[in-house]
Design a protein around this ligand. Structure first.
Ligand SMILES: O=P(O)(O)OC[C@H]1O[C@H](O[C@H]2O[C@H](CO)[C@@H](O)[C@H](O)[C@H]2O)[C@H](O)[C@@H](O)[C@@H]1O
Length: 246
């Protein structure tokens, strides 16, 4: 649905009074502004501490669910002590540091080589990740279509999946999706039995919205991208912070 036809969500305090809520938060474009490149982001101070305060309000039912690797998130904002899923949901860790589900696997070296060649050919930026790799074409958006086609061919030759996002095409192993992460967290304490709310801005967050709806909750789309599956909308990153009282 078009972003401007979705209503704003009810206040979080009201939702928490009505029952137990679990929050699943995307990172880029939701909690921090989109920047010119993966390392150009401007990160608010003390984000891990602020997450801890929010998690305490929710009795631990808070998880960050990002396309970035968790090592990358930690490098940018510091170590997290809330539940978190990186690599598009493939790498899941509970608040106590225990891994939820199987350990995620890195991509094969020949795939990284093929993506590096592609990056060179189109002047794109190759972002290497613990469990995937992304080609960023923000500096040359016209190359996005060709990069997408070439990335899809590499994916199909190697049994991988392409994730599209804002000026990015990423290769991941099958099964890496944010909906899977939401479903996995919702099976275990302290999430089980609560109402999941997923907040995100990008196409990969649609899986999170769908999973939240399926489990009795809903999605909140952020920004100007039209969402097919969210129930509510917040226009800007600062509105997300305000809604969360982060
Ligand atoms: O799921 P997310 O936490 O939103 O992560 C999605 C991707 O975010 C990053 O790329 C995006 O943000 C960059 C910085 O603002 C921007 O330059 C890029 O164009 C965006 O696609 C990150 O680099 C990727 O690894 C994440 O998968």
């Amino acid at each position: 649905m078009s972003f401007d036809t979705l209503p704003p969500p009810p206040p979080l305090s009201q939702l928490c009074e009505a029952g137990q809520v679990a929050l699943f938060l995307d990172f880029d474009g939701t909690l921090i502004e989109i920047a010119s490149g993966p390392d150009a982001i401007d990160v608010p101070d003390n984000l891990p501490d602020r997450f801890d305060i929010l998690a305490a309000r929710l009795e631990g039912r808070l998880a960050l669910v990002s396309g970035r690797g968790l090592d990358n998130i930690h490098r940018h904002i510091g170590a997290l002590t809330i539940a978190r899923a990186g690599s598009h949901g493939a790498d899941r860790v509970l608040a106590d540091g225990s891994v939820l589900g199987e350990h995620a696997q890195p991509l094969m070296p020949q795939v990284i080589e093929a993506l590096a060649d592609l990056a060179e050919e189109y002047g794109a930026l190759l972002e290497r990740k613990a469990h995937g790799a992304a080609l960023h074409y923000r500096s040359n958006p016209e190359s996005g279509e060709a990069i997408g086609v070439a990335a899809a061919a590499i994916a199909s030759e190697n049994g991988l999946v392409v994730k599209r996002g804002k000026c990015v095409a990423e290769l991941v192993r099958p099964g890496a999706d944010k909906g899977g992460a939401v479903a996995a967290f919702m099976k275990v304490a302290p999430f089980a039995g609560s109402t999941p709310i997923f907040i995100g801005d990008d196409v990969t967050d649609e899986d999170g919205f769908i999973a939240a709806e399926k489990l009795g909750g809903f999605g909140i789309a952020v920004g100007e991208r039209a969402s097919q599956n969210a129930r509510y909308h917040l226009p800007l990153v600062k509105d997300v912070h305000a809604w969360l009282n982060l």
